[in-house]
Design a protein around this ligand. Structure first.
Ligand code: PXP
Length: 237
């Protein structure tokens, strides 16, 4: 059975919209643990648009399930990661102008840079996962670099509109998942997964971890809003 990592970046996004102290991703992580999340995932971006260093430090102290830090192969953030020592680090590409992580890491094209980052994190005692497009060349490179896990980018599958395209993307994921397993790496997946499309990915043989953010936080707003309004109404009257 695949484990669930909740990506809490979107909680921090709402907080940063007002540069205030709520909602707190640390509080959200605790609630997620109570709800059964097997891991908490956060992305410390170079531009700090949502998660802040303070969040990482506090989550490192409070999270009792797996803490998975997403980061780019950037010297400053690698230094922060090595000092914070989360259980796992997932290396992702990062572009300032993107809305979210748009593609997988080019491990094959940036062999030295990615390989150095993998080593730095592993030397700090952190398990390393690479966020890759479902591409056999990239998976081979992850194995060559000695990464422990690969997170397959499910964006193309999730965003496919026609059933046929979705099936094709799922077939690509299945082939890539087999390559990850055959290389002896742990299989993760994530990006764009929702309550509607998660099942076929969750049941890919050998799937160990799914990292899901936007859809769960979106649902949390919908299932929680009625209660939140009622609470405020009671105070006012
Ligand atoms: N995995 C990785 C590596 C990501 O960058 C993201 C998005 O931050 C996710 C999973 C979660 O994606 P989503 O918010 O679409 O569920």
């Amino acid at each position: 059975m695949a484990l669930l990592g909740l990506n809490i970046d979107h909680v921090a996004t709402v907080r940063e919209a007002r540069k205030t102290n709520e909602p707190d991703p640390v509080w959200a992580a605790t609630l997620a643990e109570i709800g059964g999340a097997d891991g908490i995932t956060l992305h410390l971006r170079e531009d700090r648009r949502h998660v802040q260093e303070r969040d990482l430090q506090l989550l490192r102290q409070t999270v009792t399930v797996k803490l998975n830090l997403e980061l780019a192969c950037d010297d400053a953030v690698l230094q922060i990661a090595a000092a914070a020592r989360p259980h796992q680090a997932t290396l992702v590409p990062e572009r300032r102008e993107e809305v979210t992580t748009e593609g997988g890491l080019d491990a094959a094209g940036q062999r030295e840079r990615v390989g150095d980052a993998v080593k730095r994190l592993q030397d700090a005692g952190i398990v390393v996962s690479l966020f890759l497009d479902p591409d056999l060349r990239q998976i081979e490179m992850a194995a060559e670099m000695g990464a422990e896990a690969v997170e397959l980018h499910t964006g193309a599958y999730a965003h496919a509109t026609a059933d046929f395209a979705g099936e094709q993307e799922l077939a690509t994921l299945l082939t890539s998942a087999a390559a990850v397993r055959n290389a002896g790496l742990t299989l993760h997946a994530g990006h764009g997964l929702t309550y509607r499309n998660v099942k076929p990915v969750a049941t890919i043989p050998g799937m160990c971890e799914l990292n899901i953010g936007h859809s769960i936080i979106s649902r949390a707003i919908m299932v929680g809003l009625e209660r939140a309004v009622r609470d405020m109404k009671r105070l006012i009257s």
